[in-house]
Structure formats: structure tokens, C-alpha cells
Ligand binder design. Structure first.
Ligand SMILES: *[C@@H]1O[C@H](CO)[C@@H](O)[C@H](O)[C@H]1NC(C)=O
Ligand SMILES: *[C@@H]1O[C@H](CO)[C@@H](O)[C@H](O)[C@H]1NC(C)=O
Ligand SMILES: *[C@@H]1O[C@H](CO)[C@@H](O)[C@H](O)[C@H]1NC(C)=O
Ligand SMILES: *[C@@H]1O[C@H](CO)[C@@H](O)[C@H](O)[C@H]1NC(C)=O
Ligand SMILES: *[C@@H]1O[C@H](CO)[C@@H](O)[C@H](O)[C@H]1NC(C)=O
Ligand SMILES: *[C@@H]1O[C@H](CO)[C@@H](O)[C@H](O)[C@H]1NC(C)=O
Ligand SMILES: *[C@@H]1O[C@H](CO)[C@@H](O)[C@H](O)[C@H]1NC(C)=O
Ligand SMILES: *[C@@H]1O[C@H](CO)[C@@H](O)[C@H](O)[C@H]1NC(C)=O
Ligand SMILES: *[C@@H]1O[C@H](CO)[C@@H](O)[C@H](O)[C@H]1NC(C)=O
Length: 852
């Protein structure tokens, strides 16, 4: 036995001793695993045996013509063979009868919506009942999976069905008219009848002092089961009931300061009868999310999660807690409040006090009603530190959310409405299913709509928000007093329609340089031939009203930055809505990278362009009066002036960022361009500045590799630039995919740094991405590394006579590593502040104490 395993042994012995008062996990009295449609018994990946051929045992009374077995026409690599490979296809009402002991049972239904014997399950709609409860009604597994976030290939629906009298669990499948049903697997596992609080009174959130009795005839549907702050716990690692505990990351509302602790080596002490060992696995209690050490910040903010749900049901919340902080040694030190849907669930929760000690798990249950009138089909959980607490902090270890059946016994919600959502950009173009086509369209629309060089469309709410601001009040009152009055001329120039017509020869096609849904863009010459401008003529029938046109001018004429395309003036004569901008002779950055005849840009010029664009975005994010999120950062929205200076353009999709520090995102419908959209923005529809950072990372890779973000038809790993470049970077092979035009121009150090910045920008999670200001620093650093390396080569090549001439610059070379490392450390520092901190076991021992 090596020393390490001795320690582990020691810990587990300690663990056994500590938990000796509690029973071990749970031994299920009923376990039925049915591999529907399979011809032989088989073993699933978790080592369990699945029974085949249901026709004999559990469903002898059905019409033999009502169903048949079939195999999936293709097997997604993420989908397990057992039980998903085969399915029972059901053409008319079909009933399973499972003999079980009395008590509540987990019923798990496994669905893999694929094609079976030429039957496309996108056309499958059906209902499922169990012991009189309606579990699903006109259900579509295919639509359900499409709406899930992130989207899986298969689906498990889990229910808790109380079985008391008849000792039979009767599950019936009924296809909707002219449709069929299918099922891949059915799992039944018993549970302790006290596990989910049957018969007890549970606090009813929203009614002060209200209680709700969970009677023993109520069935539940598991909506969420999360190992908060930890990794997914697979069913075989549960306490004997084969529950899966997922990660909470996708539901967490991004907060800069949330910290994760993983203290798997800690032992915890389960208690009878409140929290027996089967309640939740130890990993649930030894990992948690906590706000962090900044109490001033914590008191101003919440630890928040958001969950999509169906309206018209009661929900049971079970929150799991375990106090692990070593410095909490008595009552009132670590106290917080719990809110569900903006309503107080409980005030002054003191886990240490309630558990009567550290490292003792407890759970707290609440019931909430989400009425049919609820607009937002979302449940929000907020934890907030209590003022009275010694440590202003809040935390959570685990969470389960169940839906309760309605009075008539139904748990079925409607099929998800796919209309307002758009499809996440697929990294593998080959694997798209036919049913997804319609959801791809909005993106295509966004690409086309966003194509124009200069599109200005700031949405209405900005205007309203800005009314609060003193200096803009004067403008808004001007507008509301007389909407058609001319705009303030001190902000930008007013052009007459005659001037505009003269500049474009009455909007002659020859002058047209772009067009889009908003109207056309023309190149024009004004001021007697001295100035070239770009003129955008808004289509009067476009959705933009005159009001928005005015608002935009007011807003955007205030944005002045050397790296933003600036608005020169406007024309509103004769009902026209025309915007006039500086003309950019070198067109878009994209035009110089690929599919082009123009001379390739040098590496240093590319770096300078990236730095310029990054500065422009940094200004939008931070230095403009309000934070503005561009939303459509891409290489064709970075324009180049006569000196190749980068100018960010097309604020067509821009939004004002969060208005206060407590708000970290704005919720919006996903817009942007294919290949550039932040996957996290996609999943949550929460727009943050980090979404621009992601898109900018894509641009950085475009600049380095000289290829578009998406190339349909390439192999799976190469089609998406982000995917491809990232995997090359991680394998240390970035040099192999660099644009061939740049061969021998890039210093290895500069390439490494550039790759590092780009890779960080395209991280999956916004919190892991740097801020725009960090990116500016890092790119400037890259340029310095490049220049230092170039100089070194020059010096080396210099002849002896030249040496004296270059001695000044040699000194600089010698000096530069020092100054650049200073920059490096400042980058590291600022990165840390914006990242999620992860503490593993011993590294966090200072704060949490050791396990001995
Ligand atoms: C579960 O079964 C195993 C083996 O039969 C036994 O050792 C264990 O004590 C049982 N646990 C409980 C909680 O009954
Ligand atoms: C499949 O498993 C069930 C239950 O374990 C058993 O009753 C049945 O005989 C098995 N069938 C075959 C073909 O092995
Ligand atoms: C099943 O279908 C076949 C032919 O389609 C028919 O001959 C048979 O009677 C049907 N069986 C039942 C029980 O309906
Ligand atoms: C499904 O595939 C299995 C092997 O994977 C095969 O034994 C079985 O016959 C197939 N079932 C049908 C209905 O084709
Ligand atoms: C089932 O749902 C689909 C799609 O939501 C709908 O078109 C169909 O009319 C529904 N059928 C019934 C019987 O409700
Ligand atoms: C269900 O609850 C009712 C009333 O609360 C009680 O009388 C009955 O015994 C319970 N049934 C079981 C099986 O626990
Ligand atoms: C909860 O409060 C937030 C912010 O104050 C608000 O946006 C949201 O609509 C509220 N939700 C409910 C269900 O009232
Ligand atoms: C925290 O959540 C509660 C309830 O949802 C809400 O009333 C409060 O405004 C939130 N506080 C912050 C700082 O977001
Ligand atoms: C769930 O359905 C059962 C049977 O219809 C009913 O007795 C019970 O009250 C329902 N539960 C709730 C919370 O309405």
C-alpha cells in the first residue's frame, strides 16, 4: 500500500466511524430495467442488466399489432447503446403492468428521438399515464430535446409515482391521433417513502406563514437535480436510487465573484432521521458555490440561478446545505436569506445552527406556486447574505426541483415553444437534423440583416432609460415636443437633401456600395469634391420610425473614438432618414484576409488592426458614458481607413449593457452572425460584454489563420475555426494553421501570446474570458514581443560597422524582456479578478481548515 492509499484508507475509516450512527446508502426493493424493443438481455455502461422483450412479462394483454420493435437508424456518439439502440414503436394504446411493493417509485422513461424503420420521431406525439397520473400529454420527445439547453441527443423523464394499494405500476402509452408513440427504456427504482417529505407540511412561499401538505397521493416530476459547484454525479454513484446530479453552471446567472469549493476529501456527518446517508451523495455536500470574500460586494448582490419551468403548477424546492467553512464555529456567523421568484422563502437561515455543527448536511424544502398567469416561465432562486451575519456570504451545495401534479392528477406541460429561440451555432455542420431547419433561419436572417456596413439601430428602451439622465432629458423633451423638428446641430451636421442628392447623383446605382433590409449605402462626395463619405439611406418602410432615427443620432453622435466609425451628420428633409459617415477607403478587414485579390496584410499590420479594434470595443464597453455591447463583432464590421487604421462599425445590433453593477447582463433574443455568436449567450440569452469578447476572439483567429469562421463541407474538426484553432492551440500546434502569407513573419513568442489571448476569448464560459482592456494590454504585449524579436534579428544581421549605429536599439532589446514581464504580471492580476476562482482541497486550507 503506498502512502497515498494509506491516507485514503485512513480517511474512509474515519468516515465510517463518523457516520456509523447513520445507515449506509439505500438498497432498492424494486428495480426493473426494461430495454424496450431489444431482442436480448444486455448490460448498460453503468453495469446494470436490462431485460429484453417486454411482450412476455409486463404487457401480455396488448394487441400484438399495436406495437413493433425497431432499431435507431443511427446512433449518436453521445448516446448509449443500452437502452437507446432499440425502441418499441407503439401504434395504438399500449399498457405495461409492473408488479412492485407499496411505496413511492422512481419511474424513468428513456427517449432517443431518431428515425426508426423509416418512422421519423419528429412526427411522434403521444400521451403517457401511470397509475392514473397524466405524465405526458401530446408529448414530442423531439421538440423537447430541441428546446433543451444545452441540447442533448437523448432524454430521460423522471417521475416519482406513489403506489400504495394495488401493488402495481401501470404505465400506458397512447399515440395522439394519426401519430405513433415510442419508448427506448423504462426504469423503475424504489425509494424510502420518507425521502421526499410525503405527509409533511412544507412552507408555502408567498403566503406568510403558509404551509402546504404534500399528501401521499401526489406524483412528482423531477425538473432539476444539481450538484451545485461540483461535477455531474452519474447514476451509479448516487446513494442507491440511480439519480443523476447535474452541474449547475448552465443555470447560474453569471456573477463575477462566485467561487467554487471542492472539498472532496472532507468527511461529513449524516444524521438520522433528518438527513440520512441516502438523501444525497457526499459529493453533493462537499462541493458548493459561495459568493466570495468581498463582503461589501456580497451585500450588494445575490447568488442567483434561473430555471425554465411550465406555468400552472406547484413546485417543490429542496435545497441541500452543509457548512464547511472552518471559521464558522457558532450561531449567527454565516446567515443568509432565501428568495424564490422574488419572494422570501426563508429569512436568516443559519446552517451551522440548524445542523448543530459543522460538516453536518441538512436540506430545506419549500413549495412555490407558479400560476397560469405567470408570464415568465422561469423560476429564480436568489440567496442573499443577511445584514446580521458575521460573514456576509451565502452558499448552496445541492438543489432539487420537482413539479407537483395538478388537482386532476396531471403533470403534463405543453410542448416547448421553439419560436422565440434560435438554434445554437452547430460546430459540426454534418450532424444537423431535418427538424432543425426552421430554427436555423433566424440566424441566416441575422447574417443577411447585419451585412450592411453601416447599420444603426439602437432600440427604444435605451432612449427611455436615458431619460433619467439629466443631460439627455433636454433632447428627449425636444423630441417629444416636436418630433419633426430639426435635430440639435451642435451634435452633428445637418445635410440638406439637395446636398445628398448632389453627392450621390440622385442616389445613382453606380454609387451604391452596400444594401440591406434597412436600405442602401452609397459612396458620396461632398464639400465641393473635398470629402468622401458613406451615405446610408434608411428605407422609409423599414421598421424604424422617425423617433428611433432621432434617438440614434442623439446617442451615436456622442460616441467619438478614433477606433469607431464616426457619424458625420444626417439628413431628415422631405421625410428622408439619411445618415452620413466617414468613408473608409480600405473597406473591411475581412476583405483583406481571404477570398480576396488584395495584397495580404503583414503580420504587424494585422496586430495593429487588432489592437485598434480592441481599443474601440474597450471604449464601447467601459469608457463611453454607458457600457454598450456591440453584439455583432466580426471581421466585416471592422473597417480600415486610408492608413489601415481599424474602425469598428455597424452598431446595428448594439445594446446598452447592464445599467448598474448589481446587474450583470441584459436578457435579449439572440442576434448576431453565424460563426461569431457566443455559445453562452445562446444558451442563456443573457447578453454581456463577454459576448463581444467571444466574437472578437473569433476575429483574432481569422486574422491569424486567414480563413472564415465557418467552412461548410470541411471535416467536423475543421469546419469551425474556433473549434479547430483551439484544439491546435491546446496541442501546441498553432503554427501549423497560420495563414501561409504570414510564414516567417511571426516570432514564436508572439504567436504563443496571440494564441493564448485568442483562446481565452473563446472560452465557453463568459467568466473565463478576459475583459476588453486585458485584451488590449495582451495584444500590445504581443506587438512588443514581435518588435523585440524583429530587432534582435536585425541586430544579428547587422555588420560590425553597423553595430555602433544599432547600439541604442540593442539596449532596448536587452531591456524589453523586463518591461514585458511587468506587463505580463499585470495581465495576470487583472485576469484573476474577472475569473471564477476554483479552490481544490488543500489550496483552500487557509480559509477552510484541514480535514483532520
Ligand atoms: C444493503 O445490502 C447490503 C448487501 O446485501 C448490506 O450489506 C447492507 O447493509 C444493506 N444496506 C442497507 C441500508 O440495508
Ligand atoms: C432476461 O432477464 C430476465 C430477468 O433478469 C430473465 O428473467 C430472462 O430469463 C432473461 N432472458 C434471457 C433471454 O436471458
Ligand atoms: C394483425 O394484423 C393482421 C394483418 O395486418 C391481421 O390478420 C390480424 O388479424 C391482426 N391481429 C389482431 C389481433 O388484430
Ligand atoms: C436490432 O439490432 C440488434 C443488434 O444490435 C439485432 O440483434 C436485432 O435483431 C435488431 N432488431 C431489429 C428489430 O432489427
Ligand atoms: C399536438 O401537438 C402538436 C404540436 O404542438 C399540434 O400540432 C397538435 O395539434 C397537437 N395534437 C393534439 C391532439 O393536441
Ligand atoms: C396517506 O395519507 C393519509 C392521510 O394523510 C393516511 O391516512 C394514509 O394512511 C396514508 N397512506 C399511506 C400508505 O401512507
Ligand atoms: C423578479 O425581479 C426581477 C428584477 O427585479 C424582475 O426582472 C423579474 O421580472 C421578477 N420576477 C418575478 C417573477 O416577479
Ligand atoms: C436579490 O433577490 C431579491 C429577491 O429576488 C431581490 O428582491 C433583490 O433585489 C435582489 N438583490 C440584488 C442585489 O439583486
Ligand atoms: C395530485 O393528484 C392526486 C390524484 O388526482 C390528487 O389527490 C392530489 O391532490 C394531487 N396533488 C396536488 C398537489 O394537487
Amino acid at each position: 500500500m503506498n502512502p497515498l492509499s494509506l491516507i485514503t484508507f485512513h480517511i474512509s475509516l474515519l468516515h465510517v466511524l463518523l457516520s456509523s450512527a447513520a445507515a449506509a446508502g439505500y438498497n432498492a426493493t424494486d428495480i426493473i430495467l426494461l430495454d424496450c424493443g431489444a431482442t436480448s438481455n444486455s448490460t448498460s455502461q453503468d453495469g446494470r442488466n436490462w431485460e429484453a422483450d417486454p411482450h412476455s412479462k409486463y404487457c401480455p394483454f396488448n394487441d400484438p399489432n399495436a406495437s413493433f420493435s425497431s432499431n435507431a437508424s443511427r446512433q449518436d456518439p453521445s448516446v448509449l447503446q443500452v437502452p437507446y439502440h432499440s425502441a418499441l414503436i407503439i401504434r395504438s394504446k399500449f399498457t405495461f403492468k409492473f408488479p412492485v411493493l407499496p411505496g413511492p417509485k422512481f419511474l424513468r422513461l428513456y427517449f432517443y428521438p431518431e428515425t426508426y424503420s423509416d418512422l421519423d420521431t419528429t412526427t411522434s406525439f403521444f400521451s403517457v399515464t401511470a397509475n392514473g397520473y397524466t405524465l405526458l400529454n401530446n408529448f414530442s420527445a423531439s421538440l423537447t430535446v430541441l428546446a433543451m439547453d444545452p441540447r442533448p441527443a437523448s432524454l430521460i423523464k423522471e417521475y416519482v409515482i406513489p403506489v400504495w394499494d394495488n401493488q402495481m405500476l401501470i404505465v400506458t402509452f397512447a399515440p395522439s391521433p394519426a401519430s405513433f408513440a415510442f419508448i427506448n427504456g423504462i426504469e423503475i427504482v424504489s425509494m424510502p417513502s420518507v425521502l421526499y417529505a410525503y405527509g409533511s407540511e412544507i412552507p408555502l412561499v408567498s403566503i406568510e406563514g403558509g404551509r402546504f401538505t404534500l399528501d401521499n397521493t401526489t406524483a412528482l416530476e423531477t425538473m432539476y437535480r444539481l450538484n451545485v459547484g461540483g461535477k455531474q454525479i452519474e447514476n451509479k454513484d448516487d446513494t442507491g436510487m440511480y439519480r443523476t446530479w447535474r452541474q449547475d453552471d448552465d443555470y447560474l446567472v453569471a456573477s463575477k465573484w462566485v467561487t467554487v469549493y471542492k472539498l472532496s476529501s472532507f468527511s461529513i456527518q449524516y444524521t438520522e432521521p433528518d438527513t440520512p446517508e441516502y438523501t444525497a451523495p457526499k459529493e453533493v455536500y462537499t462541493t458548493l458555490r459561495i459568493m466570495g470574500s468581498d463582503s461589501w460586494f456580497n451585500l450588494k448582490s445575490n447568488l442567483t440561478w434561473n430555471f425554465a419551468i411550465d406555468a400552472g403548477f406547484y413546485y417543490l424546492f429542496r435545497l441541500h446545505f452543509c457548512e464547511l467553512l472552518a471559521q464558522v464555529t457558532k450561531r449567527n456567523q454565516h446567515v443568509f436569506n432565501i428568495f424564490i421568484n422574488n419572494q422570501t422563502a426563508e429569512k436568516q437561515v443559519d446552517v451551522f445552527y440548524e445542523a448543530q455543527g459543522p460538516r453536518i448536511p441538512i436540506h430545506k424544502d419549500y413549495i412555490v406556486l407558479v400560476g397560469n398567469e405567470a408570464q415568465a416561465k422561469e423560476l429564480r432562486l436568489d440567496l442573499h447574505p443577511d445584514q446580521s451575519s458575521t460573514y456576509a456570504d451565502a452558499f448552496l451545495n445541492g438543489l432539487e426541483i420537482f413539479k407537483l401534479n395538478q388537482t386532476a392528477g396531471s403533470l403534463a406541460g405543453p410542448n416547448p415553444d421553439l419560436v422565440p429561440r434560435t438554434q445554437p451555432p452547430k460546430l459540426q455542420p454534418g450532424s444537423r437534423k431535418s427538424g432543425e431547419k426552421s430554427t436555423i433561419l433566424p440566424i441566416v436572417g441575422a447574417i443577411l440583416g447585419g451585412f450592411a456596413l453601416f447599420s444603426l439601430l439602437l432600440i427604444f428602451f435605451i432612449f427611455q432609460r436615458r431619460r433619467k439622465q439629466k443631460d439627455s432629458r433636454s433632447f428627449s423633451s425636444k423630441f417629444s415636443a416636436n418630433k419633426t423638428s430639426s435635430l440639435p446641430s451642435d451634435l452633428c451636421r445637418h445635410f440638406s437633401i439637395a446636398e445628398i442628392k448632389a453627392a450621390t447623383q440622385d442616389f445613382h446605382d453606380r454609387f451604391m456600395i452596400g444594401s440591406g433590409g434597412f436600405g442602401n449605402v452609397y459612396k458620396g462626395i461632398i464639400d465641393g469634391g473635398t470629402t468622401v463619405v458613406a451615405i446610408k439611406r434608411l428605407n422609409p418602410s423599414s421598421r424604424q420610425g422617425a423617433h428611433e432615427f432621432h434617438t440614434e443620432i442623439t446617442m451615436l453622435s456622442k460616441l467619438r473614438h478614433i477606433h469607431l466609425v464616426s457619424l458625420m451628420g444626417y439628413c431628415d428633409d422631405q421625410g428622408e432618414m439619411i445618415l452620413v459617415y466617414d468613408y473608409m477607403p480600405h473597406g473591411t478587414l475581412r476583405d483583406h484576409l481571404y477570398n480576396t485579390k488584395s495584397q495580404p496584410l503583414s503580420w504587424k499590420r494585422r496586430l495593429e488592426i487588432c489592437i485598434g479594434a480592441a481599443r474601440g470595443l474597450q471604449y464601447l464597453h467601459r469608457e463611453a458614458k454607458y457600457s454598450i455591447i456591440h453584439r455583432d463583432v466580426k471581421s466585416s464590421n471592422i473597417l480600415l481607413d486610408e492608413n489601415y487604421m481599424a474602425k469598428v462599425s455597424d452598431f446595428g445590433l448594439s445594446k446598452l449593457g447592464p445599467m448598474s453593477t448589481s446587474q450583470t447582463h441584459v436578457s435579449t433574443v439572440v442576434k448576431g452572425s453565424f460563426g461569431y455568436v457566443d455559445p453562452e449567450y445562446y444558451r442563456r440569452q443573457h447578453l454581456t460584454e463577454k459576448s463581444d469578447v467571444y466574437s472578437f476572439g473569433v476575429v483574432l483567429f481569422e486574422v491569424l489563420c486567414g480563413r472564415p469562421p465557418m467552412i461548410q463541407g470541411l471535416s467536423k474538426e475543421k469546419a469551425s475555426l474556433v473549434h479547430w484553432a483551439r484544439s491546435c492551440y491546446l496541442k501546441g500546434k498553432l503554427d501549423q494553421i497560420v495563414d501561409r502569407n504570414l510564414t516567417d513573419q511571426i516570432a514564436p513568442m508572439a504567436l504563443q501570446k496571440f494564441g493564448e489571448v485568442a483562446e481565452r476569448c473563446v472560452r465557453d464560459q463568459g467568466v473565463e474570458r478576459p475583459m476588453m482592456s486585458d485584451i488590449v494590454w495582451a495584444l500590445e504585449f504581443t506587438l512588443q514581443l514581435q518588435e523585440a524579436a524583429d530587432k534582435e534579428i536585425n541586430d544579428r544581421n547587422a555588420t560590425t560597422t553597423d553595430e555602433e549605429l544599432f547600439s541604442g536599439s540593442s539596449k532596448n532589446v536587452a531591456k524589453s524582456p523586463k518591461s514585458t514581464s511587468d506587463i505580463a504580471s499585470s495581465i495576470a492580476i487583472s485576469d484573476q479578478s474577472s475569473g471564477t476562482k476554483i479552490s481544490e482541497g488543500d489550496t483552500s486550507s487557509l480559509l477552510l481548515g484541514n480535514d483532520n
